[in-house]
Design a protein around this ligand. Sequence first.
Ligand SMILES: Cc1ncc(COP(=O)(O)O)c(C=O)c1O
Length: 363
Amino acid sequence: MDPVRINDLSRALSVERAALLETFGHVIDSGWLVHGPQHAAFEAELAEYVGTSDAVAVASGTDALELALRAAMPAGRDVVVTTANCGGYSATAARRAGFRVRYADIDAETMCIDAASLETQLDASVGVVVVTHLYGRAADVGAVRNVATKHGARVLEDCAQAIGATTGQGRVGSLADVAAFSFYPTKNLGALGDGGAVLTSDPGIATQVRELRQYGWQGKYTVGRDGGRNSRLDELQAAVLRSRLGYLDRDNARRRTVIGAYAAASTDRVRVLPADGPWHVGHLAVVVTEHRDQLREHLTARGIGTDVHYPVPDHRQPAWSAEFVGLSLPVTEWAAQRILSLPVYPGLRDDEVERVCDALATF
Ligand SMILES: Cc1ncc(COP(=O)(O)O)c(C=O)c1O
């Protein structure tokens, strides 16, 4: 029997093949390869979709985090507070920007930042708090903002895993000072390579990121801002993303349906993190279990792929751990031992979902 893979990008690519080739033809015929009409239209359409005044496209999600942090960091501050269970991306970006990193613990139900733990990390040196909408779930940005603003810190939403997630206050990416998105191919809105964007309704932040992504130019060949670099999204990627944005909501709904089926099939030895509303876009189907190794073996024996997002918390990463000796993040460490990701992507077939459900029901 064929394996049920945790993800398979070739499914969507084969369906889209003809449309993609047509899109490439339009871009080639236009003569524009970077910062042309596709790029401008994508920025406008993305900002409208998310609900911000500005979208600034860049070369990756990590670049988006880094440039957003640099633009949002208030003068005289240099500490970023983030969570240690999100794959290390925000820490990588903060460190590249020359900022110090502190960690707050997470909430055991949502796996997102815990506002009470965050409060213990805040002081006058903290300039930005990163709230990551992990696995596709909209985190409680309001609670984070309440705590952060008391201490004069800004809030950055990491939306790499949650594009399209919608709360009563609006879509993720429009709920705080600034937001970073990734269009890495496996993301819910994926490019055919790397890509990212910074979204904000703060014109000062948008202008700074626009300058930083292109050599610090304030006009052509005029470096008005120090510390710039080259971080551009090209026309081909922008064109692909424009087309895929058109069916993002449909794909997100399919992801939710798959996770709902897993939740319905699971025994009480496995807790499927819920994704049963528009506040979740089903980026990853994550279960929490005291029996992770056995569950993984059980699924592997049935040809079902799994992964762990993420096995090593930031403060235990070999490159950084010496700085965090003695730091205890009990919920983060507890979760890292118990989480397991199951297959979920829009092209996953019903018969494959059923195979995963059968395996969960017999565990
Ligand atoms: C939560 C989160 N933030 C940031 C990133 C970084 O994005 P990129 O790979 O585009 O640099 C990713 C994934 O790659 C992610 O999952």
